[in-house]
Design a protein around this ligand. Sequence first.
Ligand code: PEP
Ligand code: MG
Length: 558
Amino acid sequence: MAEHVLNGVGAAPGFAIGRVFRYAPRETATESQAINQTEIEAEVARLRDATDRARTRITAAREAAAKSGEAEAAIFDAHLLMLDDPAMIGESERRIREDHQPAAIAVEQTAAALRKMFDQIEDSYLRERGKDVTDVATQIIRALQGDASPSTAQTLPPDSVIVADELLASDVALLDMERVTALVTAQGSRTAHVAIMARAMGLPIVVGVTDILSRSRDGDVVTVDGERGEVVLSPEPSTLARMEERINTERQERLRRAEFRDLPGLTRDGTRIALFANIGTPDEIEAALEQGAEGIGLVRTEFLFHERSDLPDEQEQFLTYQAIAQGMANRPVVIRTLDAGGDKPVAGIPVATEMNPFLGVRGLRLSLKHPEILRTQLRAILRAAASGDIHVMFPMVTTVDDVRAARQILASVGAELEAEGIEHRRDIPVGIMIEVPAAAVSADRLIKEVDFFSLGTNDLAQYVLAVDRTNELLATNYSPLDVAVLRLIERAVSAADAAGKPVAVCGELAGDLEAIPLLVGLGVRELSMTATRIPQAKELIRELRVGDEAQAAQARIA
Ligand code: PEP
Ligand code: MG
């Protein structure tokens, strides 16, 4: 058979060669006949019993997923909640009682109606969550039909490339992943739970390969490129050879990285430079550790507030921060309070339209205008601090008064938790971002108010240079290594040094190979960057001599 190339969307990177295993399509309800009055109670009892069995299965899937990480397990917590939701089970019961529908049909139609509501949501991430409804309904229907799950009924040959119309999170959690090398689906998107789980498990996945089921048969040899989103059926020997080479290169690169991972970021003349990762969600912890991150220097908590119209409550935030702290197992984690507003609006917090959003109600300014939102977040952070080495950091600080106002709220929240007898930790390090020029200029005053600084060079550069960091027309004017920016960095670092307090850089410069020698030369000893940059940064740092770099940096800013 001739080679056949199919294209989709690469939703988790990696390369694989394997054989097609077509995953059994999920059953749909078939018993369409209406039931009569005398059968109603028995049918409701059947539904309840099936719901209990679905709960047992989902709990098992949760445990399997927890091996990949708490974030994956949380997907199933949402499913378990859905089993208790009146919109799902209550409505299905109503359809049995009032419409005399058999249980499986009642569940299927309830799920279809809920799915319709999700499908109308514009936001692709939330729309994707409608799949959870299908997943949960499928579990109940399978339990009603009394069959074993296809994943346990079918044994997988080794090196299977799972091919399916659509894969649900529970399918993946229960598949024997030791035998799976890649996933390919006809439907799905980058934000599907299955894609999130594949990324966490390091498995390549290509979604949206519409023809995959009609073109493939069980046992066909197939190559999968999770980066480019390419699937090749019955590959020619030359295609196979190319893919083998890529797999080998990737393996060698992983080994090389692993070699560096356990080495310290130590300059030739013995100065220790700590290498931390910036993350947006708990999903990224595993990759951060794999790249050798010694801690998390910036958690952008905005992710919890995006793509929704309500605000995350204290418990949701607490569980997320706790998952991060536990995932990092006592390594430092710097949680930045909400940095919304301006160019990053949050639907749940109404703000007036602004002429100059970057100079507007952003970051800490926004939090101080909505103290109740800040209080909720700080309560969650202090509670999570009981399970790890959590530091808290405020963004967009301009004046000493800003810091005092924020610290006052922090102290009052701590006292409140104490009075309520809720487990927490209050004596955590408190820091601020230095990203507004005024803060860098007054760094000597600000450092007296806090335990550490972290330099947000992305914003610092845009404000010092008066160049909107997102304006493509000014891309060449946006130069974070301009001497004016470096002078402010030096000023902030010297102020922190004089006070004997640590200073990190968490803007993009921290992972920039041209900037690292300069930052080290200016006295920065902690760099927090996108995790994938860590190995190269470490390799470079191990070649530097601080003495030489200090001289070079001084010459540069003279
Ligand atoms: C920065 O401004 O450098 C920074 C790290 O924060 P953000 O990019 O999230 O604004
Ligand atoms: Mg910033």
